[in-house]
Design a protein around this ligand. Structure first.
Ligand code: ZN
Length: 278
């Protein structure tokens, strides 16, 4: 897996969870008890919010919350100390600290990536991509958030330093080089990695692309190795959009168009697709 030590990186996740009474609060706490890598910081009945510190994927926490019989929506993400430091990354008024990219392809590949700047030097990237052939697939941030010609208009790998292509651990690499993700036998790749070069605020409005083949990390003999890692055609892509940091998502349970947060959550599911990773 591309995941280093997951215990090394934690972030704070703020969820909206349907809770109507004190017993719900206890049930939510109970649901998260025993989930390794998750610490409950706050459960508020009045605002129906749950704040946790997690070193596991947000989706895993959301699934556990929903397993308690309550719908749950991720409202915001931030660094470990976000919210305590107003103005810091992830705190109110601070620089953009969280982003999201929904990947779609002309084919059957789709997915969702989240980026959280947990410190100035550490960007956490987590996500799930479905519909892949089992095995490794190159994953890169590209220059442009232009999907006018599907994934072919996304430009090259994001490379502000004029470097050659490389692997995520290499000194010489494109900033957008995230290496490979691995799909299992069902075609799903679930990953959580940390990157020292990527900054959330530099990639808003750019794109993420997953490729058909393995990225050779610039170590191959093919002429494209030093350019793209020779990872083949682009399967799916999505624009990187700003996501809410902690405590800065103003959306309440009921919005003016009559849709509740929960309706929107259900609507986000693509037709005929499995449960959303939102
Ligand atoms: Zn590259």
């Amino acid at each position: 897996m591309a995941t280093p030590d997951p215990a090394a990186t934690s972030c704070r996740l703020e969820f909206s969870v349907q809770m109507t009474c004190e017993s719900c609060v206890e049930a939510v706490r109970e649901a998260l008890r025993g989930l390794a890598g998750v610490r409950v910081l706050d459960v508020r009945l009045d605002s129906q919010t749950v704040l946790v510190e997690a070193s596991v994927a947000a989706e895993q926490v959301r699934e556990r919350l929903e397993a308690s019989g309550r719908r749950a929506v991720l409202r915001g993400m931030g660094g470990p100390a976000a919210g305590e430091r107003a103005g810091g990354p992830g705190g109110p008024g601070g620089p953009v600290a969280a982003a999201v990219a929904a990947l779609r392809g002309p084919g059957a590949v789709w997915g969702l990536l989240r980026f959280v700047q947990v410190s100035p030097q550490r960007c956490l990237v987590e996500g799930t991509v479905d519909g892949l052939q089992p095995g490794p697939h190159g994953l890169h941030v590209h220059e442009f958030g232009d999907l006018s010609d599907a994934c072919d208009s996304c430009g090259d790998h994001f490379n502000p330093d004029g470097e050659r292509h490389g692997g995520p651990q290499d000194e010489h690499r494109h900033v957008g080089d995230l290496g490979n993700i691995w799909a299992d036998a069902t075609g799903r790749a679930t990953f959580r990695l940390e990157d020292s070069r990527l900054k959330v605020w530099d990639i808003i409005g750019r794109s993420v692309v997953v490729d058909a083949g393995e990225d050779d990390l610039g170590r191959g003999s093919h002429p494209l190795s030093a350019v793209t890692g020779n990872s083949g055609p682009r399967l799916a892509c999505g624009v990187v959009a700003r996501a809410a940091g902690l405590f800065e998502n103003p959306k309440r349970l009921c919005t003016c168009d009559g849709l509740t947060l929960w309706d929107e959550r259900d609507r986000e599911r693509p037709p005929g697709q499995p449960a959303p990773h939102l």
